[in-house]
Design a protein around this ligand. Structure first.
Ligand code: 6PG
Length: 471
């Protein structure tokens, strides 16, 4: 037997990953529940066929791999993963390793990791980003597991991953669910990046009256500057695309209701459990939820008058929009990395923060030039929020006024910019030494005797609200 690796699930991502692994020189046995899918996969294997070993059953798959085996699951996240582990585990022997490479919830990965103890197999969960193209030619891989497991599969994962300046975009994040947790936050940031881009699109289309070509040109220009990134690049491309059915810009023919598989929502839920503030990501998730309320939005327009209005002439230019997006993006990543830092402490993971930024520089959906500077800034300023690390302190200072100008202009014209506004509001809070939570503390004490601390440090257990003399 040639193969040490196997893969279950030849859907879009699984097929692409198997081809990538074979192409990098690793023979791999593949299995899909529906055999015709495997047949079709092999029929399209071309030059890679000699390194791809098709199996018609799990028994055949296991038999085709030389121990110690490493078998990658690329099946839909959720119960299907548990079913596969259950079906596979009796066929395995000590030293065999099951790798879940789907978009699992990190808590499920933690549970499956615990369940594998005392079983015949080992288990690890890895986050893979980059869509089909990435899986085929080089994804970003966020690995969760024990160092010994990483030693076993790290060489292969680095080989199939994307490279940035020759450095592989695959690394060990930490034990158990750490890899899938980092992937989840990646997706939260992905939602936020997409939402902020959509907000600048709304400002150009509705506020500034740009046609699709001008919008495409603007994204193309931004892609040559500090915002250079995959998501800005594809935004230019989709703005340029023509509707093959009705002619005209493709974007104009697409229903404005965003779907979601849920990883962004998970990020917000986990942030709330950790009591960390990631308002830009939250705003992005809420915006998707709200976008789906198509009928309610139409009714709102009928009852209250339709928004948005156009911006006053010369209220904004594309340089200001670009600067606002730079500021918004930095504030969003500052929140995302803050969440990762807090999770790392809470779960005792020791997440390698600069390494996270490094493996996001290429292969994944949020890949961008800015992440290269973030990696350096996080390495030079351990434990520090990104907004307090240069060059980001300087960049926030330089671009903050533009963000404020954009949020003010958008609000005036009824153009919803929830993510950009949430970034600004977080930033304002982050520079307000005397906030308003003293009022909340007083209210809590009034109705629940929850107590408060005094600024002068003197003892003040409660009151004076219930004191008759205080009125
Ligand atoms: C990636 C993506 C991917 C994700 C899709 C869909 O990193 O390759 O994050 O894993 O599944 O982007 O996400 P939504 O359907 O929730 O938008």
């Amino acid at each position: 037997n040639l193969a040490h690796f196997g893969l279950i699930g030849l859907g879009t991502m699984g097929a692409a990953l198997a081809q990538n692994i074979a192409e990098k020189g690793y023979p791999i046995a593949v299995y899909n529940r529906t055999t015709s899918v495997t047949d079709e996969f092999m029929a399209n294997a071309g030059d890679l066929a000699p390194r791809l070993i098709p199996a018609k059953s799990l028994e055949e798959l296991v038999a085709a791999i030389t121990p110690p085996r490493a078998i990658i699951l690329m099946v839909p996240a959720g119960p299907v993963v548990d079913q596969q582990i259950e079906a596979l585990s009796p066929l395995l022997q000590d030293g065999d390793l099951i790798i879940d490479a789907g978009n699992a919830n990190y808590a499920d990965t933690e549970r499956r990791d615990r369940q594998s103890e005392g079983e015949t197999y080992d288990f690890m969960g890895i986050g893979v980003s980059g869509g089909e193209e990435g899986a085929r030619h080089g994804p970003s891989i966020m690995v969760g597991g024990k160092p010994a497991q990483w030693d076993r599969v790290g060489e292969m994962l680095r080989a199939i991953s994307a490279k940035y300046d020759g450095e592989p975009c695959a690394a060990l994040m930490g034990p158990g669910g750490a890899g899938h947790f980092v992937k989840m936050v990646h997706n939260g940031i992905e939602y936020a990046d997409m939402q902020m881009i959509a907000e600048t699109y709304a400002l150009m289309r509705d506020g500034m009256g740009f046609d699709a070509t001008r919008i495409a040109e603007t994204f193309e220009a931004w892609n040559k500057g500090p915002l250079a990134s995959y998501l800005i690049e594809i935004s230019g491309k989709v703005a340029r695309a023509v509707d093959p059915i009705a002619g005209g810009p493709m974007l104009d023919a697409i229903l404005d209701a965003a779907g979601q598989k849920g990883t962004g929502r998970w990020t917000v839920i986990e942030a709330q459990k950790l009591a960390v503030a990631i308002p830009v990501i939250e705003a992005a998730v809420v915006a998707r939820n709200l976008s789906a309320q198509v009928a309610a939005r139409a009714r709102g327009a009928d009852v209250f008058g339709a928004m948005p209005q156009s911006l006053p002439k010369d209220a904004l230019d594309t340089d200001t929009l670009e600067a606002a997006l730079i500021a918004g993006k930095i504030l969003c990543y500052a929140q995302g990395f803050d969440m990762l830092g807090r999770a790392s402490e809470e779960f005792g993971w020791k997440l390698p923060m600069p390494e996270i930024a490094r493996i996001w520089r290429n292969g994944c959906i949020i890949r961008s030039e800015m992440l290269n500077d973030m990696a350096s800034a996080l390495a030079a300023n351990p434990g520090e929020n990104l907004i307090f690390a240069d060059p980001f302190t300087r960049l926030v200072k330089e671009n903050e006024a533009a963000l404020r100008k954009v949020v003010i202009a958008a609000t005036g014209a009824g153009i919803a910019v929830p993510a950009l506004a949430a970034g600004l509001s977080w930033f304002d809070a982050m520079r307000t030494p005397r906030g308003s939570a003293n009022m909340i503390q007083a209210q809590r004490d009034f109705f629940g005797a929850h107590g408060y601390k005094r600024l002068d440090g003197k003892d003040a257990p409660h009151g004076p609200w219930w004191d008759k003399t205080a009125g």
